[in-house]
Design a protein around this ligand. Structure first.
Ligand SMILES: Nc1nc2c(ncn2[C@@H]2O[C@H](COP(=O)(O)OP(=O)(O)OP(=O)(O)O)[C@@H](O)[C@H]2O)c(=O)[nH]1
Ligand SMILES: [Mg+2]
Length: 623
């Protein structure tokens, strides 16, 4: 099954066309039939010659009912865009196209109706040009008359081609049925209808109703008037539910797989680029502070905080089940619209994008659980970070922002691919994880300093010192030379360093942490900040040197004992004589360390500085 929504200005013949195609009247209400005006969504379906079935969601064109239109179009992958031959492009043609564009809908047909009343050619070319500039791009277009039947067989063929061209979504995708009607049938109980964009729902499934997250059981499924055991999206579905009354369900609620969606009332989004001429590229449109937010068939109020560039934080009045990468639509219901939409320049200049409707903005969700923006400058740095994310964001991007995430949280954000967990189901950003390892060493060293006689830092204290959400993360962070025993994290004395009885335990602990750093990068001497952080002042360094725990190359450059010999061996491998720059590269260090180290080796008689500032080894090591 495919699901296609209509779109187009009021009275342009959408419902009449659906009736002519399907033989079913999408205007369900007596008031709609009496007034000849669609007020709410209508439903009808058609079986194509190929056997493929198309469910239509017929939307109202009247300006007053745009929210109903949005609920119908929100979850569908394709539209039937209707323009009347005798009226041409009208304000809600423009607004509906802006909606389609903001939602990122990429497939559709242009149908010029009422072609028995006027020459369809001008409407075909005008609408075709405007639609081509939207997310729909070039679409197949044709003229029909629902009254004479002219063009309808061609439309059925075009629908067949459209249906074939639509991507088949993953049948295993998480289920999110956007409810558009809920009622009660005597003898059956609660029934809801809605659009299922992707995934599979089966009889007997347990789903949860958002936003209450109350579980419900699927007692029965109907699709296009027939009972079925299971249904795969895209589809229109009518579900008979156990465990709830229809009053709890209504348009805007959704039925979702438990654990697969994040019910959220704060999201960070990337706004669609403003249309050409409406600002610098990459700079955001100026949005009102409060807008309606539409996602699927749901609607709520969003407070908008623009963080910078195209990035904004939306705070929603009611929570909605969302994934990273979802398209949402923001609309200013109060904005006045031009009586006549912008037309392409008479000189044949580029058509303005339909997004230039002042009242409709598209946005893509980047983060469904964004961290609070409390620090000074947090908004600007969030805008810079999120502005650089790809579309759609991946696990790596979210991990960089959040540091640590459970695989299940990531799944509820809509991301199933992720790196190896660091422990259990915890995933970590590599940079954040090595920072935590460093903080743990420091916390242990500081603890030894405060309580020299204590056997180690309790893992729970380490967890809270590092602000970790789970104690098992402490265990995973403990790596040599740190050890964990009986729930205590400690640093055993380094092998061969021997006892240093005259050194205060704070210094011993700090030096052990330093030596851990140096084990990984032997010539990356800690900088002044790191030394201060560890509480190692000049006196302490001198004492540690006397105890043979450190090699002091200069006042501010300290390395592990023996680093000078290692440096000598590396430098002997260079073509002689060598420059300071060559030495720096060979030692994989910075100028800050290389120059004092070379001077140290000069003083020790290992290297000789030549008049041209190059150096040569004084005595090559044997072998
Ligand atoms: N002559 C002629 N009249 C048509 C044709 N299609 C629709 N109409 C008439 O146009 C009027 C509006 O048709 P609807 O189908 O209700 O239009 P709509 O787009 O569904 O209107 P809303 O749902 O209110 O936005 C009706 O009076 C129809 O009879 C057509 O192909 N030819
Ligand atoms: Mg209608």
């Amino acid at each position: 099954m495919q699901v296609i929504a209509t779109a187009g200005h009021v009275d342009h013949g959408k419902s009449t066309l659906i009736r002519a195609l399907t033989g079913m009247d999408p205007d369900r209400w007596e008031a709609e039939r009496r007034r000849g005006l669609t007020i709410d969504l209508g439903y009808a379906w058609l079986t194509l010659p190929s056997g493929e079935r198309i469910a239509f969601v017929d939307v109202p064109g009247h300006e007053r009912f745009v929210p109903n239109m949005l609920a119908g179009v929100g979850p569908v992958p394709a539209v039937l865009f209707v323009v009347a031959a005798d009226e041409g492009w009208k304000p809600q043609s423009a607004e509906h196209l802006a909606v389609v564009d903001a939602l990122g809908i990429r497939r559709g047909l242009l149908v010029v109706t009422r072609s028995d009343l006027a020459d369809p050619a001008p409407a075909l070319s005008e609408a075709g040009r405007l639609i081509a500039a939207s997310s729909l791009g070039q679409v197949e277009s044709l003229a029909v008359s629902a009254v004479t039947g002219e063009g309808l067989p061609g439309l059925v063929d075009a629908l067949g081609r459209l249906a074939c061209s639509l991507p088949a979504p993953d049948p295993g995708a998480p289920v999110r049925i956007w409810v558009d009607r809920a009622f009660s049938i005597a003898g059956s109980g609660t029934v809801v209808t809605g659009t299922l964009p992707a995934g599979t729902v089966r009889r007997g499934d347990e789903l949860v109703v958002t936003p209450s997250m109350r579980p419900v059981r699927v007692r029965g499924i109907q699709a296009l008037g027939e009972s079925v055991e299971e249904l795969t999206g895209p589809a229109r579905a009518a579900l008979n539910l156990r465990g709830t009354s229809h009053e709890r369900l209504g348009r805007g609620t959704a039925l979702v797989n438990p654990g697969r969606w994040t019910l959220t009332d704060v999201v960070d989004v990337r706004l669609a680029e403003p249309s050409s001429g409406a600002g610098e590229p990459g700079s955001g449109p100026r949005l009102p502070r409060t807008l309606s937010l539409h996602a699927g068939a749901a609607k709520t109020v969003a407070k908008v905080r623009q963080l910078g560039g195209l990035i904004a934080r939306l705070t929603l009045r009611e929570p909605i089940p969302l994934h990273v990468g979802d398209h949402v639509l923001l609309r200013d219901p109060g904005a006045s619209r031009p009586a006549r939409p912008a037309l392409p320049a008479a000189d044949g200049g580029p058509a303005p994008r339909p997004g230039c409707d002042p009242a409709v903005y598209g946005a893509v969700v980047l983060d469904v659980t964004p961290p609070p923006l409390t620090r000074r400058g947090a908004a600007a740095s969030a805008a810079a970070e999120l502005g650089s994310w790809p579309d759609p964001p991946a696990a790596r991007d979210l991990l960089r922002r959040h540091g640590l995430l459970r695989a299940s949280s990531l799944l509820a954000m809509g991301i199933s691919e992720h790196p190896e967990p660091v422990c259990g189901e915890w995933l970590a950003d590599p940079g954040h994880w090595s920072g935590l390892a460093k903080s743990l060493s420091e916390a242990v060293a500081a603890h030894v300093g405060r309580e020299p006689l204590a056997p180690g830092l309790p893992a729970d204290a380490a967890r809270s010192a590092l602000g970790l959400p789970d104690r098992r993360l402490v265990d995973a962070l403990v790596q040599p030379p740190l050890r964990i025993k009986d729930g205590l994290v400690h640093i055993p004395p380094a092998e061969g360093s021997g006892p240093a009885p005259d050194l205060p335990p704070t210094v011993v602990a700090a030096v052990r942490v330093l030596l851990t750093d140096l084990a990984a990068a032997p010539f990356a001497s800690p900088d002044a900040d790191r030394l201060r952080h560890l509480g190692l002042d000049l006196r302490a360094i001198a004492a540690a040197e006397r105890a043979g725990l450190l090699l002091r190359v200069s006042d501010h450059i300290v390395l592990a004992p023996g680093a000078d010999e290692v440096a000598g061996q590396i430098l002997a491998g260079l073509p002689q004589p060598f420059t300071a720059a060559q030495a720096r590269v060979a030692l994989q260090t910075t100028r800050r360390v290389a120059i004092p180290l070379l001077e140290f080796l000069d003083r020790a008689g290992v290297t000789l500085r030549l008049p041209d500032d190059r150096r040569t080894m004084v005595s090559q090591p044997a072998g």
